[in-house]
Design a protein around this ligand. Structure first.
Ligand code: ADP
Ligand code: ZN
Length: 847
């Protein structure tokens, strides 16, 4: 397969190829372009290339006339899989930017950018060469291999290695093949995502009246088919829809030249099929009109931060801005945090743009996803709605980018390529020279600071549409409503004990399920009762994502925090310490509260399931639903519960984060936040911001219709600035306070952050590897500050220990330089052998 370079050198003779999936640590590989394929091989097409003893799929990135220096033999491309490029030039540009910014390879970015299932690959398949009777006597692994092939038939070498669970399978296969006992062949496996073709019969020429009469007389079946096709939309029918007699009639008409048969691509019934009745846009409010005009008047790159309270009509602004871009023949990229939770929004987009909408979501099969991708690439769908990976959709002629709920952490991919789709959306808009709208009721303080600096244009929608009031928000102080009692009362609770809500789990992990929930306080229960009596709906929210191991004083509310990093400490059960996972500060787990001196540090957590049971007991005639990870693990369950909620088939919905987003249900008039502290005490410097966003968003679920809404927030920290600002829906009060704190501590947006995370199966080696690289990091130039290393808050995931090192700097360039330098150093250290190093640029979750 190798060729000498001198012979084959010539124009476009070499291709730099990115393998999909990428080989860790390797970027582009160079291959020869066979003479006969020079016309087809262009950047963006898929090719099959040899790598080691197998073949893999790759994407051609660029062509050149000369081989890379120092390389003497280069293997040839084995096959070309596409006739047209599946990646556009601007996607290459975006991918290059991404690889550079997130300190990774272009191959890694392309692998993440492309829809799954595009891989063709080969497998080495082994079969017996001789009838087993003639096989020479074999022992051990070789005997096991041969007997396996004799009983189960041919199998791929990979599958054999898996079933026999022996690392020496590969060598044994080679030895047996060398002796002629077995034969190993390479077989091509087709990619999972392929275009689906159909045969269509089209009218080649219309018949005149005379011809039709003759046809009717001589061949009535052919005549009937002719009339059917002539009457069909586009004068064509799908050949597979014809019965046998019609098919034979078609053969006759094809022979006469009346029909032609065409093979063409047919899209699967993915998201595109469900028809939606069109809905005319409402007349804009004056604030909305100002926003839409401001967006439309600029014809070059700009970022607009659209800050509008919940229900202020931001979505309508996106839709009308999109309508204008669409009318100019341009395409629109519309990013949402999670498709499954935003089907109302998808419906609204469809109502406006009909079948010209492509929805990219994770539920699509590889074939459907491929079809949507092709519809977008061909410009047949010019409105593209999707979650974060849609930022890589092959949109041509981009005219507008919208990022709804721009503050949402879901935009950050937290595995593999750790990109933030909101930030890439801005880069995409910049590359295309168009407007990016970032919309939110609670903008991230990063985006808000950009607006204050004049880099983003700030547009605000200060009021709800049609003068609907924002809900009233009240804070319920659990310190007085639920005073600390370290032990449970004996026996089942009486009604009076319940309504006083006086009980607590004493120590994490020692909960007594017979106790009533401490999270249903008397005022909250009273409010639920009143709401149900008015036949309105109640939403109860319990934040559970994150973290049960942050402790707080249930006497005064103060969380156990790090004195230098201003984050919550986390309980490490093994060592019985409270630990700062930024800097490593530690104190004893059983220690008095540093603010009030009481021995009342606790984790105040409860499960949604338990809340559901108790709510059911208090309100036996209410229809109660629960939405969390447990109730939505089956496909479609989430949709069913939300539909019941939206149609009023449920009176009370209890849920986690999933209920906070986007639902516009008009009969919801009471929202109860069961424990705001879970969010406030998250061991993350963004905890206060996340809490404010979450509370504002949950509160925004109340009173969206004609009825006024009421929100009750239960907490042990009623004076926290996030809570106070949330009660008055006052972003303008929250942001300056939060920004001042960030500035003081040197956190974003006043610095850039990179986390280096060390993951390994051995606790000590992982720690040593982290300490070693930290020493190298401290020796770097002074423009980058180093914190840690320290164990990650989630100290162990899937059997891997996790340590982290924090790098901060005001200069992105300095940060990038240091990270690259450290990566090079890392490869030479002993730690690299047993430990994985993950680079997270602009980390969002610090857990
Ligand atoms: P947001 O995205 O800011 O939460 P929406 O765009 O969803 O707000 O608007 C809230 C509600 O008000 C929706 O039911 C929407 O249909 C309606 N709405 C939006 N703009 C207008 C308008 N100009 N006139 C009447 N109703 C509107
Ligand atoms: Zn610290």
């Amino acid at each position: 397969m190798s060729h000498s370079l001198a012979r084959d050198a010539g124009a476009r003779a070499f291709a730099a190829v990115a393998l999909v999936p990428a080989i860790p640590g390797k970027d582009l590989l160079t291959y020869q372009v066979p003479e006969t394929e020079r016309a087809r091989v262009q950047p963006g097409v898929r090719v099959l290339v040899p790598i080691g003893r197998r073949h893999e799929t790759g994407i051609v990135v660029e062509l050149s006339d000369t081989p890379p220096p120092g390389v003497t033999t280069i293997r040839a491309i084995a096959d070309v899989l596409d006739d047209e490029a599946i990646l556009t030039p601007d996607l290459f540009a975006l991918s290059r930017w991404t690889a550079d910014y997130y300190v990774t390879t272009l191959a890694d970015v392309l692998a993440a950018a492309l829809p799954g299932g595009l891989r063709a690959s080969t497998a080495r398949v082994a079969r017996l060469a001789l009838p087993s009777a003639e096989a020479p006597p074999l022992r051990g692994l070789e005997a096991a291999l041969v007997s396996r092939l004799a009983t189960a038939g041919p199998a791929s070498v990979r599958a054999l290695a898996r079933t026999l669970a022996d690392r020496r399978v590969d060598a044994a296969v080679r030895a047996l093949a060398a002796r002629g006992v077995i034969v190993v062949e390479e077989q091509l496996r087709a990619p999972a995502a392929k275009a689906r073709l159909e045969t269509v019969l089209e009218l080649a020429r219309p018949l005149g009246d005379d011809e039709r009469r003759v046809l009717e007389h001589r061949a009535p079946r052919q005549h009937a088919l002719y009339e059917r096709i002539a009457a069909a939309p586009g004068c064509r029918v799908d050949a597979s829809a014809l019965n046998r007699s019609a098919r034979s009639a078609a053969t006759g008409l094809l022979r006469r030249g009346t029909l032609v048969s065409v093979r063409r691509e047919r899209y699967r019934d993915g998201a595109t099929s469900a028809p939606v009745a069109p809905l005319a846009p409402p007349t804009l409010t004056s604030a909305q009109r100002l926003a839409v005009d401001a967006i439309a008047e600029q014809t070059s790159f700009q970022v607009v931060l659209l800050h509008g309270v919940t229900g202020s009509g931001k979505t309508e602004v996106y839709l009308q801005a999109a309508t204008r871009a669409h009318a100019r023949g341009r395409s629109v990229l519309f990013l949402v945090p999670e498709i499954a939770l935003t089907h109302q929004l998808v419906t609204r987009v469809r109502q406006r743009f009909g079948s010209g909408v492509a929805v990219l979501h994770s539920d699509l099969g590889p074939g459907e996803r491929w079809d949507e991708w092709r519809r977008v690439a061909r410009g047949e769908a010019r409105i593209v709605v999707g979650a974060r990976s849609a930022v890589f959709a092959p949109i041509a002629n981009l005219g507008l980018v919208v990022v709804d709920e721009e503050h949402d952490a879901a935009y950050k991919q937290d595995e593999g390529l750790r990109y933030n789709a909101r930030d890439l959306a801005i880069v995409r808009a910049k590359l295309a020279g168009v407007t990016a709208i970032l919309g939110s009721a609670t903008p991230s303080v990063e985006s808000y600071q950009q607006a204050l600096d004049g880099k983003y244009r700030l547009l605000t929608l200060p009021q709800r549409v049609e003068g609907r009031p924002l809900p009233t928000v009240e804070v319920l102080d659990l310190r007085t409503l639920a005073p600390v009692t370290p032990t449970a009362p004996p026996g089942p609770p009486t009604r009076r004990q319940r309504s006083a809500a006086v009980v607590h789990p004493a120590v994490p992990g020692q909960r007594d399920d017979a106790r009533p929930s401490m999270l249903l306080s008397a005022p909250l229960l009273a409010a639920i009762g009143e709401t149900l009596a008015r036949r309105e709906q109640v939403l109860l929210f319990l934040n559970r994502r994150g973290f049960a191991r942050a402790l707080q004083c249930l006497g005064c509310g103060e969380p156990a925090g790090c004195p230098s990093c201003s984050v919550s400490l986390t309980l490490h059960e093994r060592r019985q310490v409270l630990l700062c996972h930024h800097c490593g500060f530690a104190r004893a787990a059983r220690s008095p509260c540093s603010a009030c001196g009481r021995d009342a540090l606790r984790a105040a957590v409860e499960g949604t399931e338990r809340i559901e049971q108790e709510v059911g007991a208090y309100f036996p005639s209410a229809r109660v639903g629960r939405l969390d990870r447990d109730t939505t693990s089956s496909r479609g369950a989430q949709r069913r519960i939300l539909e019941a909620w939206e149609t009023g088939a449920l009176d009370i919905l209890i849920g986690t984060q999933m209920v906070a987003k986007g639902h516009d249900v008009h009969a919801v008039t009471l929202v109860g936040v069961l424990l705001a502290d879970v969010a406030l005490n998250l061991p993350d410097f963004r905890a206060a911001e996340r809490a404010f966003q979450l509370l504002t968003q949950v509160a925004g679920r109340a009173g969206r219709g004609a009825l006024a809404g009421r929100v009750l927030i239960q907490t042990y920290r009623p004076e926290h600035h996030s809570l106070l600002a949330a009660t008055t829906h006052d972003y303008a009060a929250f942001a300056p306070r939060e920004l001042a704190l960030r500035k003081e501590l040197g956190y974003p947006p006043f610095s850039r952050l990179v986390v280096l995370r060390f993951e390994g199966v051995d606790a000590e080696r992982t720690e040593r590897a982290a300490l070693e690289l930290a020493r190298h990091a401290r020796a770097l130039d002074g423009s980058v500050a180093i914190r840690g290393p320290a164990p990650a808050p989630l100290e162990r995931i899937r059997n891997r220990y996790r340590w982290q090192l924090l790098l901060t700097s005001r200069s992105v360039q300095a940060l990038h330089r240091s990270v690259r330098h450290l990566l090079t150093t890392w490869r030479t250290t002993r730690g690299a052998r047993a430990t994985r190093l993950v680079v997270d640029v602009d980390p969002v979750s610090m857990l």
